[in-house]
Design a protein around this ligand. Structure first.
Ligand code: SGN
Ligand code: CA
Length: 517
């Protein structure tokens, strides 16, 4: 177990909790939790973290009046595993859901939503679930099948029937969440609502009203867009390059019925969900772009940069709908006077590459995808505001929510409660390193299996399985991780000490040896 401050705040909160248990009618005084998670939304595309690309005024409202974690990471940068880490408070090997493809999440195991229920909380999840099995530990759920669809999406209800609804996914998930808050929950109980969006997952299909947005904007190319992956063998063999691997129809939407592309039929099925009048509006927007594109017959760097612009624009459009909907949700919570006793959390299931290293997608332990945004609006009696620089990870959310709820944190949870940080404390023994482990290989995008350690300044990564390569980065001097220092003169002692710390973490978290080579 790695709870450094298991008891801080517990006494007061459990007193509060037991007084509430004795009077189930009163939820006042017990904190609610609204946990909002997007899919593949990265810090580069949030103006409260980075103002190079887009404005996200509504998302920023959470941080402006709240807190912003500046060193927030995931344990395994891929959807299902990240979600499993979040609800169990454990690394992937310990919760058993190591990759998106191999198995279903074992819903009979201990999870944070179940423990919240035991503490008298009402729990609900709406949106992307992506763990294969039927959700357990929720009083209410309505989830997307697999990745879900942007247009006129289908939902799976608790009775396991499916219904297809008219509209755009982000609006519908928000509508359902507000409906649950307004009409379906028991107002006499504290609650934890998980709102899991599909936005901004590939293939970035915009809400029709925003098709033209950002079309006159040219996004600056990241400085390592033309990375040649020198000294980084695993990076050189991936299949997530904007120039090589982005599909011209599926990803950039240059669709012609009589041309071929690898993902053409998947694209046809997605836009085939639009009603005829919607499809006409969609096609009308893309008509001239498509004509011009095929006419220009771009090649090489020109084509790569054109694809990058299309990618950035579509991603930004999808994000705009999400930002609107966050505004709508925050307005609702404010209007109902709920913000004073509610912890509002905003995060993503992982970060994403917006052209850095020439990539889209995630998976690698490099900064853009190991990081994930984490901002919170705190209940009124929490005084902390501004930045929190400590190293935190998505396995920490479960112990945090449990401690906030006044519930005991089980010994076998591997995360650390963030509550002391939210209370403005400066713990002297906060963790100095993070463990990361990615398993999904061979698979889409062909990112090799790897594990590693990140400290405040350094990162040591071991790519294993059908490769045996180490990488070492000094993040202070090389924030874009272009210069692999492993094996270079003068770095032996540093490497040895990082290896020792890596071993220590693997022992602490009980990582099975078969997962290390
Ligand atoms: C899909 C995407 C991939 C993406 C995975 C995992 N391909 O398979 O690009 O890496 O999801 O994403 S697509 O052709 O279906 O769009 S995750 O966030 O759900 O883990
Ligand atoms: Ca994701």
């Amino acid at each position: 177990m790695n709870r450094i401050y298991p008891l801080i705040g517990i006494t007061a909160l459990s007193a509060l909790a037991s007084s509430c248990n004795s009077n189930k009618k009163k939820s006042a005084g017990r904190y609610n939790i609204v946990y909002i998670m997007t899919d593949d939304h990265t810090m580069q595309m949030m103006s409260c973290y980075d103002n190079r690309y887009v404005e996200t005024p509504n998302i920023d409202r959470i941080a402006t009046d709240g807190i912003r974690f500046t060193n927030s990471f995931v344990a395994n940068s891929i959807s299902g595993p990240s979600r499993a880490c979040m609800i169990t408070g454990k690394h992937s090997h310990a919760n058993g859901f190591i990759d998106n493809s191999s198995r279903q999440f074992d819903g009979s195991q201990q999870t944070m939503p179940k423990l919240l229920q035991q503490a008298g909380y009402q729990t609900a999840i709406i949106g992307k679930w992506h763990l294969g099995s039927i959700p357990t530990g929720f009083d209410f759920w309505e989830i997307l099948p697999g990745q879900g669809d942007y247009y006129n999406p289908t939902f799976i209800r608790m009775d396991t029937t499916q219904s297809t609804e008219d509209g755009y996914i982000t609006d519908i998930i928000t509508d359902k969440s507000i409906r649950w808050l307004e009409e379906q929950r028991d107002p006499d109980k504290p609650f934890c609502l998980f709102i899991h969006h599909k936005a901004c997952h590939r293939n970035w299909l915009p809400e029709l009203k925003y098709l033209s947005l950002y079309e006159d904007k040219t996004f600056p190319l990241p400085e390592n867009f033309y990375d040649t992956y020198e000294g980084r063998k695993a990076a050189a063999t991936q299949e997530m390059s904007i120039s090589k691997d982005m599909d011209i129809m599926y990803d950039t939407k240059m669709y012609l019925p009589d041309r071929h592309s690898r993902l053409k039929s998947a694209y046809e099925s997605f836009i085939g969900r639009l009603h005829p009048e919607e499809r006409a509006q969609y096609d009308a927007f893309y008509q001239s772009l498509t004509d011009t594109f095929y006419h220009r017959n771009l090649q090489g760097k020109e084509l790569a940069e054109w694809k990058y612009q299309r990618y950035m624009r579509d991603y930004a459009k999808v994000l705009k709908s999400f930002d609107d909907n966050i505004g709508r949700l925050l307005d609702y919570l404010e209007e109902k006077g709920m913000t004073d006793n509610t912890l509002i959390v905003y995060t993503s299931d992982q970060g994403f590459y917006m052209g850095e290293h020439g990539w889209f997608d995630k998976r690698f332990m490099y900064e853009e995808s190991m990081r994930t945004p984490l901002i919170m609006h705190l209940p009124a009696d929490f005084r902390k505001r501004g930045d929190i620089p400590q190293l935190v990870q998505n396995i920490d959310y479960a112990p945090t929510f449990l401690e906030l709820a006044g519930a005991p944190v089980p010994q076998d949870m591997q995360g650390v409660s963030l509550l002391p940080l939210l209370q403005g404390k400066q713990p002297s023994k906060w963790r100095k390193s993070l463990y990361y482990h990615y398993y999904e290989y061979p698979a889409e995008h062909m990112v090799k299996r790897h594990y590693g350690i990140r400290t405040e300044r350094y990162k040591l990564i071991h790519f294993y399985d059908d490769i045996d390569e180490w990488e070492l980065y000094d993040l202070q001097n090389d924030p874009h991780e272009m210069n692999n220092l492993y094996g270079q003169k003068g770095y032996g002692t540093l490497t040895d000490s990082l290896r020792v710390e890596l071993k220590r973490l693997q022992q602490q978290y009980k990582v099975p040896v078969e997962y290390m080579n």
